[in-house]
Design a protein around this ligand. Structure first.
Ligand SMILES: Nc1ncnc2c1ncn2[C@@H]1O[C@H](COP(=O)(O)OP(=O)(O)OP(=O)(O)O)[C@@H](O)[C@H]1O
Length: 245
């Protein structure tokens, strides 16, 4: 396995006014790795993904570095980070509601070479991955279910050839069966070469698919380890998995 992380942060701090919402010494996601970030409401999960992309709600003070393939992208505006291959699928899923599935996919076409370690999926490839989207190809974005919109959000990102994909709470609003379908598809994408940071409140679902899990509490890393280590960690088991330890 390549030892240099695809995505890395060092000394990342985000403060809203005097309130330090995030304080992380280091996070690293390696090639073909699926890293989950879990934590309760307000733990700093959205603040983390937004700061990776250079976004924010409000005007927080952000310090520290974000590196993509070793390149410091901290000073780049969001659209430049996207161009470099760091793609975020936000909670809102970023689907055009007045366009059909087909048009949504066509609108993200990019014919430029994708760059090293990146693969742009064709429309046929994303339809093969999500047969449901093929069945719904003539439906408007507004007519799709939450799960279908989630699939379309991922499909649109794949069309752009992500170097690293950030997923913000993909399970929100989805029925349990669909949560598994979406997360298992993410797992299979990682197995075929993608690098993913998955932010989830649904620890049960996340722990089934991730390689490593990071538990955030009040903006800090409370625990970190492989999925199996974390499944046995009393802090995870007690707080999230319903175990009595
Ligand atoms: N624009 C803002 N202004 C001030 N404080 C903020 C702002 N955005 C977030 N915060 C605070 O930063 C902390 C982390 O919030 P964040 O939204 O990242 O948490 P989260 O883990 O994503 O929560 P949830 O699961 O509820 O979405 C919280 O205490 C929150 O109140």
């Amino acid at each position: 396995m390549n030892t240099r992380p695809v995505l890395e942060t060092t000394d990342l701090k985000v403060a809203y006014g005097g309130n330090l919402a995030l304080d992380l010494p280091r996070i690293a996601v390696r090639e073909r790795e699926l890293v989950g970030v879990v934590g309760a409401n307000g733990a700093g999960k959205s603040t983390l993904v937004n700061s990776l992309l250079g976004w924010s709600r409000g005007s927080p003070k952000v310090s520290g570095k974000v590196l993509l393939d070793g390149r410091d992208i901290s000073a780049l505006p969001p659209h430049e980070r996207v161009k470099a291959g760091l793609l975020l699928i936000p909670e809102g899923k970023l689907v055009f509601t007045q366009m059909s599935t087909e048009e949504n996919l066509a609108s993200t076409a990019d014919d430029a070479p994708a760059g090293q370690g990146r693969r742009r999926y064709s429309t046929d490839e994303v339809y093969a991955l999500f047969p449901r989207l093929y069945e719904r190809r003539h439906h408007l974005g507004s007519q799709l279910s939450g799960g279908e919109r989630q699939m379309l959000g991922i499909a649109r990102a794949l069309r752009l050839g992500p170097r690293a994909l950030l997923l913000d709470e993909p399970s929100i609003g989805l029925a349990p069966r669909l949560v598994s379908t979406v997360l298992e598809t993410v797992r299979s994408l990682v197995d075929s070469g993608l690098t993913v940071l998955l932010v989830e409140q649904n620890v049960h679902a996340a722990i089934e698919v991730v390689d490593r899990l990071i538990l955030l509490e009040r903006g800090r890393i409370l625990a970190e380890g492989t999925a199996s280590e974390m499944r046995d960690d009393p802090r995870i088991a007690e707080a999230y998995l319903g175990a009595h330890v």
